[in-house]
Design a protein around this ligand. Sequence first.
Ligand code: PMP
Length: 384
Amino acid sequence: MPLEKYKADLAELKARDRLRSLSGESGLDFSSNDYLALSRAPSIRRALEEALAEGIAIGSGGSRLLRGNHPAHEELESKAAAFFGAERTLYFTSGYAANFTILSALPKRGDLVIFDELLHASSREGIHSGLAKRCKVPHNDLEAFDDALRKWHAAGGKGQPWMAVESLYSMDGDFAPIAGLVELADRYDAMLVVDEAHATGVHGPLGRGLTAPYEGRDNLIVVHTCGKALGATGGLVCASKTLIDYIINRGRPFIYTTAPSPLMALAVSEALSLLEREPERREALTRLIDFANSQLTAKTGFPGSGSQIIPVVLGPDGKALQVANFLQERGFDIRAARPPTVPEGTARLRIAITLNNDETQVSQMLDTLVEALAESEAQAEVAL
Ligand code: PMP
């Protein structure tokens, strides 16, 4: 097979400081989404050990629609519906599959999907593979959503309008104006799809997300991912019974895939129990988030985000890589986020605050960041 074109593409990525490669865990965790440090929680491990001892299947053995539907999946879905306040939930292998499925299967030809320009790739790819018209609007701009909906109606749009957003943006760490979006959905008879990936477990009452006050409405679909604060993997779609039944019948990535491991469904169930049983974990994280944001601004002048995702926008890809390397060499696992994951010219450090660290470690990381920024400035001056 001629490999030249692939090699040339890789060489071009490298020349532009965009080549990615896989690297393992090393240094203090300031980059994972394991916000509540549940990925190693003893009570979840114990629940899995007991289930294994009782003979739970490791693999599901098939699609949920065939023999792969296990009691652990259904127990998780009932528990999640009660926890989040949804009429029904459906468990997917990943948040990616959940977002892709709902946004490719539900909006139909003749519908319009209005989406935030920073919406995650999984949702955007769902929208792009569906048949509805699409309209991208500036980030967190309620007026732009309003305008798009008004123009659609004025132009005689007959189909269903949809809005798709994240509640807490994964690369900027800022929150969506959920109350305003719910109001727009009601006013224009639109459907609102909210990806809570980074808010699940961390924000809202008991970690139920920013949509918690609105759960149970027919015009709201919410995705909670399980691979971040819940410490496991998977995605839970919360919606009305009708829409969940529809996805089971028409959502191709749900139908034509092996069901998630029953063990993973059990781990997610246990994580939800933990959120209820131990709200102090979330409270400790909230205090650490406040500490990190205020200390970042005090020490570096960079604005905080107010959430556990703190971007330090540095601009050029090379600069972000250089500052990230400086931190990594000193034992802090902080990664550079570069285009196309973030817009051109906004390469950044994406600092994640998790309960895998405490205030002392956060302070040490910020002091090292101050050194890294100074070193980067000094090098830039030499280059001039
Ligand atoms: N939505 C957002 C906002 C994400 O950041 C991610 C993962 N990075 C996903 C969805 C996909 O979730 P999963 O990792 O469970 O596939």
